[in-house]
Design a protein around this ligand. Sequence first.
Ligand SMILES: [Fe+2]
Length: 303
Amino acid sequence: MEKISGVDVQEHEKSKRILNIRLNNEIIEKLIFPFNKFDITALELKPFTRFTIAKSLDDLTDNKLSKLINSIIRDRSKGCLIIGPKNISSNINAEFLVKFSTAVSHLIGIPNHDNMTGKYYARFVVKHEDSSDSYLRKAYRNMDLHTDGTYVKEVTDWLLMTKIDEQNVQGGATAMLHLDDWEHCHELYNDPIGRQNFTWGSPKSKKVGYKVEHPVFSSDENGKPIISYIDQFPEPKNMEQGIFLQKLSDTLEESKNKIITKLPVGYSIIANNYFWLHGRQPFVENQNLLRELLRIRGKFSQN
Ligand SMILES: [Fe+2]
């Protein structure tokens, strides 16, 4: 990998498939000025400004960062990276992280409209108490391994999650599984039920007023398995589909090859959404638990 000045690239402690990218103070400080040109409202309302800040970030690395990120995310043998500042200074606040996440995501492609918030991104908080209708905010339950965008019409090539804040947190680690590391991939990919169309709906909070149909497994352009799956939203049409989904869920959760990692505050994890599944372990109960994440999901840019 080509060396980039001010950018540290290392293999993740637990997986060769995940790269840790850390930006030094000089790059972070040089971002402050271009980031100050636009407030969050401008970024929300004028899509081209997002590319402007993305370009500012890329220019600070002689346009090598975008090449690096894209080469990792599109590489089947890797497909995942964690990126953030080497040192967390007072500059790294929520506003900075929204802008930084916007910049990084626009080096990869274009965000999908997030129906939950009506914006190109969503910030959401997990707390002790919750009354929502999906597992997203249920702190004390395991969020099972899944991919994103299973119940929307738009394609979801990648996803980015940034940890904006965390208070009184124990547990809640991120779980990641690469399809090629999953012990039952071959077996379930070759099961004809996995290629049937399933119906995918979603609860009210997702604000998606339709259902979609697609199989769990398909093949990429090289004939390798790709998956679109989440436990909560497929509506099995019959016993075969129900049993298939149960087996899929059990064998994913039982996998010994899950990577369990704590994403530090100020860091973003970006994963290819076709062959990486993600989830979250339960938090340890605490009245004052607070964790805020930002997510952006989108498509690869097309030239
Ligand atoms: Fe997700």
